[in-house]
Design a protein around this ligand. Sequence first.
Ligand SMILES: Nc1ncnc2c1ncn2[C@@H]1O[C@H](COP(=O)(O)OP(=O)(O)OP(=O)(O)O)[C@@H](O)[C@H]1O
Length: 292
Amino acid sequence: MPVLLEARDLVKHYPKVKAVDGVSFDVAQGICFGLLGPNGAGKSTTIEMLEGLSKPTGGQVLFRGAPLGADYRDHIGIQFQTTALQDFLTVRENLNFFGALYPSHRSMDEIIERCNLGDFLDRDTRKLSGGQRQRALLGIALINDPELLFLDEPTTGLDPQARRNFWELIGDIKRAGKTLLLTTHYMEEAYALCDEIGIMDHGHLIARGTPKALLAQHFDEKVLELPSSLLAGREWSFPVHHSEAGAEIRTRSVNSVLGELLGAGVDLTQLHQRPPSLDDLFLELTGKDERS
Ligand SMILES: Nc1ncnc2c1ncn2[C@@H]1O[C@H](COP(=O)(O)OP(=O)(O)OP(=O)(O)O)[C@@H](O)[C@H]1O
């Protein structure tokens, strides 16, 4: 697939912070690319430069191999955060309001059907649930039938059901051949939706690839989980990580760990073995300290 969007050595410096410090990657046409990273990593700043809304301090954004032109906004859709909805207007009025900004736009009926807006079309946007609001914002982002859609943390704050409904909509949009670029804090979401992910930290892109390739590259281990109480207060030949959720052992030698546990009389009936997840990868790459 040809490259649709390219970040070339992007830099954004604010007076006191290097928010983005030399980020390069490309997004092939038709894929969903996910940008992940802890709070303050520089994801939103990067996406704003890619959207053409913020001017880079250095570097360049290329769309179809050329610098962004005046018509770029006709090719892209941006799912803005909630403030983009006009209060006191209904969902239908909002769609008409944003549709009028483009010389030609997609049929409202198509948008309403695709984003499942039928049940609350005539509701004041202040009275929408979180999931309905996100679907209305997605409808607005799709109004000009964009080739490239930007979604900045589209499911933050949604309950698991609403989040899954939203993923289905995103899946449909992908199957219709659109290219998507999203940021998210949910590793499960990145795994479900993204063909490729980039992990940012401190303004840098620190890893990039398909979720599966990244996991394979960083982990050839298994994770064994057990209640902490069974392992606490004893010396083991392998590292044990204790957290609220229980004790975790990462190992390439499952048999020898199990042998040692059995030899020490540990009851293994509650043992759970799983492959490493994107959450593990994220913590491994960006550290376990809390950011703000
Ligand atoms: N307009 C601004 N002026 C000054 N500093 C800014 C501005 N916008 C962002 N920053 C800083 O740049 C850094 C990166 O912020 P950014 O919002 O891009 O991170 P993020 O990865 O999107 O974080 P989050 O996941 O919390 O949304 C942060 O230190 C932030 O405080």
